[in-house]
Design a protein around this ligand. Structure first.
Ligand SMILES: *[C@@H]1O[C@H](CO)[C@@H](O)[C@H](O)[C@H]1NC(C)=O
Ligand SMILES: *[C@@H]1O[C@H](CO)[C@@H](O)[C@H](O)[C@H]1NC(C)=O
Ligand SMILES: *[C@@H]1O[C@H](CO)[C@@H](O)[C@H](O)[C@H]1NC(C)=O
Length: 418
């Protein structure tokens, strides 16, 4: 019995205390307003026919204002493929229903109401506009409650797990920043009857400890998204999260490995052009590895029809590896059929006797005519080989330089998104 000690303390004198204590014992506890239970009839208007639970409580003909508060406890499961994310929220709606009677002698600031009573009272018909799935938890008890304040204000609080859709654009993936929303709209009342507003004190609270695997919440704000339909204007409020992708994962799993593959393909320029299997294998392996890498970088994304930033980078790298392979083809062409000749080099077979005699005649004639002996210049095969090696030598500088240039241009143009 909470009322008795206070009553006793208020009155001085031991005798009065004793008499009052006796009085308190005699009185039934129900006589005290604080402990008295009450039913829906205690808050409903006396004439129940006056209360239409389908009609918002429009005081003096003005639209009912419902104040919203959202506490975001968690954001997770951001799925690029299905363009959804999940959020755990506490969703509070506060409105005043002047039609209700207050329970008599309400001493506390608010009272907890029976949730079944909601069936008989008017309540806002808000719905989550971009939700694909809403989960209401019932363990250990259904996760919602209703408070009735002294000024006939009603607070309805519910905990929900939402799966929300979020339109994402991947044009500058993986340097992208996505805006994901949580929209709440009135289902059946136009703005003439019902208006949603953000709580004036704390409209939105976002748990600071939210940790996403790939993104950072760089901004969170509330906004109005009242929509004009042919049937009228419908009140709507939204929470917007701005999610910026962190580059760490992509640097270590896409950019660095891809650059290494491109660099690997240049090793070919240092291998002798005669060793075809080594150079071809190197080029083809690099190309295949790069394709695998490219497929991996797209794995988590929907197959979008526009070009993404990562595509530009990967395609450029593919072109580089491909060009390294083509470079060998060019080297091989320059080398011509003589490649075998050059390879044989010292193991040149002796000229046939007939040819030898021919040569001897030529030499003797030259000697007799006093012609100076021809300088022993390089053979055509050697000239070709020299040219081929030159192509390799130029490539050794040209490829790394242009790749460095590509990287410089790429990272410079996306510096603002880093
Ligand atoms: C409520 O309090 C008023 C005075 O504040 C008193 O007159 C009335 O009897 C009380 N009613 C009940 C049911 O306790
Ligand atoms: C949400 O926004 C508020 C105010 O703009 C800011 O103080 C808070 O740190 C933000 N929360 C997160 C998780 O970014
Ligand atoms: C709906 O909104 C538009 C623009 O905000 C306004 O011009 C129009 O009067 C509104 N209609 C109603 C029925 O409130």
């Amino acid at each position: 019995m909470a009322g008795c000690p206070r009553l006793v303390r208020c009155l001085p004198g031991a005798t009065t205390t004793l008499t009052l204590a006796l009085l308190a014992l005699l009185l039934p506890p129900a006589a005290h307003g604080e402990t008295k239970g009450f039913t829906i009839d205690d808050i409903m208007p006396l004439d129940k026919s006056n209360y239409d639970k389908m009609r918002p409580p429009k005081k003096e003909g003005k639209a009912t204002v419902v104040f919203f508060h959202v506490t975001v406890m968690g954001i997770d499961s951001i799925n690029e493929n299905s363009m959804t994310y999940a959020a755990d929220i506490f969703f509070a709606q506060t409105w005043k229903d002047h039609r209700l009677r207050l329970p008599e002698n309400m001493t506390t600031e608010y009272r907890l109401l029976d949730l079944d009573w909601l069936k008989h009272l008017w309540r806002p018909d808000s719905f989550f506009k971009n939700a694909k799935q809403v989960t209401f938890q019932t363990m250990t008890i259904p996760n919602h409650y209703v408070w009735l304040f002294q000024d006939s204000k009603i607070l309805y609080m519910v905990k929900l797990t939402l799966k929300l859709s979020c339109a994402m654009n991947f044009a500058i993936y993986p340097h992208d920043t996505q805006e994901c929303k949580l929209q709440m709209e009135s289902l059946s009342h136009t703005t003439e009857e019902l208006v949603f507003e953000w709580d004036t004190d704390v409209p939105l609270a976002v748990d600071e400890s939210i940790e996403l695997p790939q993104q950072d919440i760089i901004m969170n704000y509330t906004s109005d998204c009242t929509q004009v339909y042919s049937t009228g204007n419908f009140t709507c409020l939204e929470v917007v999260f701005r999610l910026k992708r962190r580059l760490g994962y992509y640097v270590f799993h896409t950019y660095i490995p891809t650059c290494l593959i491109v660099i690997m393909s240049w090793v070919s320029f240092w291998i002798k052009p005669e060793i075809a299997p080594a150079r071809v294998t190197l080029g083809v392996t690099s190309l295949l590895t790069l394709f695998t890498q490219q497929a991996k970088s797209q794995a988590s994304l929907p197959p979008v029809s526009y070009i993404k930033t990562i595509d530009i980078f990967m395609s450029s790298c593919t072109v580089f590896v491909f060009m390294a392979l083509i470079e060998y083809a060019v080297v091989n062409i320059i080398l011509g059929d003589g490649s075998g000749e050059a390879a044989k080099g010292p193991a040149k077979p002796e000229p046939k006797p007939s040819k030898a005699t021919e040569l001897a005649i030529k030499e003797s004639r030259r000697f007799l005519l006093g012609e100076p002996p021809k300088p022993a210049g390089p053979s055509p095969a050697q000239i070709r080989r020299g040219r081929a090696l030159m192509v390799d030598r130029v490539s050794r500088y040209l490829f790394p330089l242009s790749f460095a240039l590509l990287n410089a241009v790429y990272w410079f143009s996306f510096r603002q998104y880093l």
